[in-house]
Design a protein. Structure first.
Length: 104
């Protein structure tokens, strides 16, 4: 949900078209989800910084949403990352195991 809300906010701030794309696929026992937007985009430097606590690119952001999202995904055996081009949008992707591990 956080990734979709962030994408919507980025689209509102951007000057291009308004498009939000969500895709899913499975590969080698992993589910891959991607959330792409046509918003303000990300520089390569921001693509990793945005996952650090209290770093934000928004005027009203707390810098906690993406670090919390990454923590939740990693606690379930997944990975979360971002790519983007300034002014051309961003794509956030995460993987999760396709099958749940049995808990003893």
């Amino acid at each position: 949900m956080n990734l979709m809300l962030n994408a919507i906010e980025a689209i509102k701030e951007g000057s291009g078209g308004s498009e939000l794309t969500i895709k899913s696929e499975t590969d080698h026992g992993q589910v891959l989800i991607s959330v792409s937007d046509t918003g303000v985009g990300l520089s390569p430097e921001q693509a990793e910084q945005i996952f650090k606590a209290f770093f934000t690119t928004k005027d009203t952001g707390t810098g906690m949403g993406l670090p919390i999202s990454r923590s939740i995904i990693e606690s379930h055996g997944g990975r979360l990352w971002a790519t983007g081009v300034p002014g051309s949008g961003a794509t956030f992707q995460f993987t999760l195991p396709a099958t749940a591990a049995a808990h003893a």
